[in-house]
Design a protein around this ligand. Structure first.
Ligand code: DX5
Ligand code: ZN
Length: 226
C-alpha cells in the first residue's frame, strides 16, 4: 500500500469539548483526513457520548469528511437525523442488527457513504455477503464503548483476512481500524492491510499537542508501509 493512501481519522471522543472547533482545526491543518464521531446510547455500549448537534456544529468548522460511528441499539431510527446534520459516512454495527442489509440500503438512499463495523469477537466471515454493498469496513481493535483502551493484538489476523476479502470481493472498499491506535500500533495495522486509522487519545490527549501528535502518528503510519 502506498503511503499517501493511508488515511487518519481523529476521534473527537477524546477531545476537549470546550475547545472542539480549535482542536479539530489543528488536526486538519496537521494532516488529518477525516473526523470520526462516536455516538453511544448507554445501551448498545455501556457509555453515553454525543448526538447529531455535534455533527451540525462540526460541519460549520471543518471541510473534512465527517464519519459517524453509531454504537446505538436502533440505528435505523436515527439515520436520517445524522445524515441531515451533515455526516458524510454512517458506520453501523453488524452486531444486534437483524436487518443489516436494509439498514445499509437506507443509508445509501440518504445519499451517504456506508460502512459496516465488527467487534473484536465477531469473525470476518460475517462480512462476506454484505461487502459488495458497502464502501467501508471498520474492524474494532478494542471493545467499543470507551476511548483510551489497549489495542487487542488478536485482531491483527482478522484485519489481514478482511483485507483479502476486500481484494477479492470489493477492491477499493476502505478498511478502517478503531481503538488503541498510536505510534506503536499504527505500523502493525497498516502492515496487516488497514488503510484508514481512527485515533482518539493518541491525538487529543498527547502532551505535545494535537498538531504534533497528528504528525507523529502520520510518520508512524509511514513506517508500516512497504
Ligand atoms: C471506542 C470508539 C473509538 C475510540 C477510540 O468505542 O469507537 O473511536 O474513541 O479511542 P482511542 O484511540 O483512544 O482508543
Ligand atoms: Zn469509533
Amino acid at each position: 500500500m502506498d503511503k499517501g493512501s493511508v488515511k487518519l481519522a481523529p476521534s473527537i471522543l477524546a477531545a476537549d469539548f470546550a475547545r472542539l472547533g480549535e482542536q479539530v482545526a489543528e488536526a486538519e491543518q496537521a494532516g488529518a483526513d477525516r473526523i470520526h464521531v462516536d455516538v453511544m446510547d448507554g445501551h448498545f455500549v455501556p457509555n453515553l457520548s454525543m448526538g447529531a448537534p455535534i455533527i451540525q456544529s462540526l460541519r460549520r468548522v471543518t471541510r473534512l469528511s465527517l464519519e459517524t460511528h453509531l454504537m446505538i441499539s436502533e440505528p435505523d431510527s436515527f439515520l436520517e437525523e445524522f445524515a441531515e446534520a451533515g455526516s458524510d459516512s454512517l458506520l453501523v454495527h453488524w452486531e444486534g442488527n437483524n436487518n443489516l442489509h436494509r439498514t445499509v440500503h437506507r443509508v445509501k438512499t440518504l445519499g451517504k457513504r456506508v460502512g459496516v463495523v465488527i467487534n473484536p469477537a465477531t469473525p470476518a466471515a460475517v462480512l462476506e455477503e454484505i461487502l459488495q454493498d458497502v464502501e467501508q469496513v471498520l474492524v474494532m481493535t478494542v471493545n467499543p464503548g470507551f476511548g483510551n483502551q489497549h489495542f487487542l493484538h488478536t485482531t491483527l489476523p482478522k484485519i489481514r483476512r478482511v483485507r483479502e476479502m476486500i481484494e477479492r470481493i470489493k477492491p477499493g472498499c476502505d478498511l478502517e481500524v478503531d481503538g488503541g491506535i498510536d505510534a506503536a500500533t499504527a505500523p502493525l495495522v497498516v502492515a496487516a492491510g488497514a488503510n484508514v486509522l481512527v485515533a482518539g487519545s493518541a491525538i487529543f490527549c498527547a502532551g505535545e499537542g494535537v498538531a504534533a501528535a497528528t504528525r507523529r502518528l502520520r510518520s508512524a503510519i509511514n513506517q508500516g508501509v512497504d
